[in-house]
Design a protein around this ligand. Sequence first.
Ligand code: GRF
Length: 220
Amino acid sequence: MSLLNIGVLASGRGSNFQAMIDAVNSGVLSNVTLRVLMTDNPEAPAIDRAKKQGIEHLVMDPKNFSGRDEYFHQIAEEMRRRDIGLIVLAGYMRIVGRPLIQAFPNMIMNIHPALLPSFPGLHGQRDALEYGVKISGCTVHFVDEGMDTGPIIMQAAVEAKHDDTEDSLSARILRYEHMIYPEAIRLFSEGRLEVSGRKVLIRDIPPSGRSGLISPLIGA
Ligand code: GRF
């Protein structure tokens, strides 16, 4: 089977990117190549992670393009040039523009640190805490033109404790982000995700498996 080339878009720390690198190195993700990291931030720590792993990185700073459409058009061109079959957003702090979404329909994933459709946007963990939820979590979804609105692939539910701070809840959620993102990528790479309207069907789930839900709350 030929390897799936993945293009990563990240703006900062890159711990989810690192989880993907680790999953490739440990063989959990066996039929993908992390082909390129593109970042809008020349200072992103994610760049060091790419360098350590020998992954090409490219700084795509919107300042250097004539407008938003041109910026995303050029990202699409760079992805195409590298034969990218899946784009993953790993802490990419921009709403993806139409030229990239149209060039890669249902081929762009994002992870969000809340249980969508609740608490989209930049502060998912803080908004959930302020609302007073008892359960929060994270969501991997395909990217459409909205803010965190695309079809949901996987979710992990984690407890929001009464004494949680934004930081403590974020850290608990992050551990699960690092589990479900590589898992969603694995399912995609095996051709097992089928988008039907808003729904993402996961093919060939073993009889004991759950369809896209991971949670310590239910012993999974
Ligand atoms: C994560 O919390 C992710 O859910 C959100 O941005 C953060 C990125 O963290 N989209 P990292 O850069 O992957 O460490």
